[in-house]
Structure formats: C-alpha cells, structure tokens
Design a protein. Structure first.
Length: 237
C-alpha cells in the first residue's frame, strides 16, 4: 500500500510539472497601448518631421489648426493589447516563415473603418520593412527560438518522467527549464518593448499575466518540495 501511495504522489507531482510547463509556455506577457489615437498622432508627426516634403508638413499643420486630425484620430480604437506567449510567438514565427511577412490578423489589428485600415497598413508596412531589412538575422533568431521552444517542452517532459521514476535530479531540471523559460521571455519581450517605443510610441507598456506568475510559482514549489517528498517516502518505505 505504501508503494502505491508513493507512486500516486509521484503522479501528482508529474502532473503539476506539466501544468507548470503549460502555464509558462501558454501564458502571455501583454503588450498594451492605452491611447491608440495618441500613438497614431506621434507616429505621423515623427514621419512628417523626418520628411523633406514641405507640402506634407503644411497640410498636417493646417489639419491640426482646423481640428481635422483630432477627428481622424478619434476614429481609431482607444486601447490595443497583444498577448505574447511562447505559443503565440511560435505561431507568429511560423506564419512569417510561410508568408515572408506579417499581416494585421497576425497582430490582432481591427479594421472597423477606413481610418483604422490605413493606420494598420502603416504599422504593418513599417514592421515588415524592418523585418526584411534584417532578414538574415530574423531567420537565425527564429530558428534559435524554435530549437529553444521544442527543447524546453522536451525538458519539461523529461522532468515529469524523472519524477515518476523518483529521481532527485528532476528538481534541478525543473529549475533550469522554468527559470530559462520565464527569464528569457521577460528579457526578449523587454527588448521588443524598447524597439516598439523607439520606432513607434513611447507609451507602449508591458504587463505580465497572473497565469505566468502562477506557472513560475508552481515550479518553485515543486523544486522545494520534491526532494523533501523523496526523503519522507524513502523513510516510510
């Protein structure tokens, strides 16, 4: 009976490892724009400032004086949020590899009117231009990400298997996989944030989902408890 209880306990911990891995890979960091009209205004102003077209600058100035531009920006959605998890990023990278570019659907950009459609076109065109300009580097990073993504999944699976076999090293593997998964996501999304703030709008922010923190917390609990569980069950048996 004690051996059956021990094995059931191992199954519970193996399932918890799988849940932790699922949460860490599926839960997003949210990229948020609280004021889309302000971002649109900033992007247009930035492009005009870098343009040598005097007529374009005068037209924008006249539009601002007449209040026309404010009415145009008012037709855009107020808030935009994009949830970037490992699985979302994988799907995004596969779509880019297949099509050679990103679309408004990839980034969940809505098109309820012609103003939104035109603004989305500007955003997507600029992103694709930068991706094509750095195509070799982008391809290398996508390949590295794919290796990492499937490697992490494999490590979580191996960790669950080692727990079923009653191996103490499972805690170390879980520490490495959970730490790398959480840490690298934070690092690279912050790199993306800096790019977006520089290229588009400084008001873009990040927020880490509660589910992602839960996945990390669950992994830490398993890492601490698993060696203790092994000691207790070894004495009992």
């Amino acid at each position: 009976m004690k051996k059956i209880g021990t094995f059931l306990l191992r199954i519970v911990f193996a399932v918890l490892v799988c849940i932790s891995g699922f949460l860490l890979l599926k839960s997003p960091i949210n990229i948020v724009v609280e004021n889309v009209p302000a971002m649109a205004k900033a992007i247009v102003q930035k492009n005009v400032d870098h343009s040598d077209n005097i007529d374009l600058k005068n037209t924008l100035k006249l539009g601002e004086e007449l209040g026309v531009t404010d009415k145009i920006w008012g037709q855009l959605q107020r808030k935009y949020q994009y949830n970037l998890s490992y699985t979302n990023l994988y799907n995004l990278s596969v779509s880019y590899q297949e099509n050679g570019e990103l679309t408004d659907k990839n980034l969940n950009l809505t098109e309820k009117n012609q103003i939104q459609k035109a603004f989305n076109y500007v955003i997507i065109d600029r992103i694709n231009h930068n991706l094509k300009h750095n195509s070799q580097s982008v391809k290398q990073k996508i390949n590295m990400f794919h290796y990492f993504f499937f490697g992490v999944i494999a490590v979580f699976a191996i960790t669950a298997l080692l727990i079923l076999l009653g191996k103490k090293i499972a805690s170390l593997l879980l520490l490495l996989s959970a730490g790398a998964t959480f840490g690298l996501q934070q690092f690279y999304v912050n790199e993306l944030l800096q790019y977006l703030q520089t290229e588009f709008y400084h008001g873009i922010t990040l927020s880490t989902s509660a589910a992602l923190w839960l996945g990390l917390g669950l992994a830490l609990v398993i890492i601490v408890l698993w060696p203790l569980v092994l000691k207790i069950t070894a004495k009992n048996n």
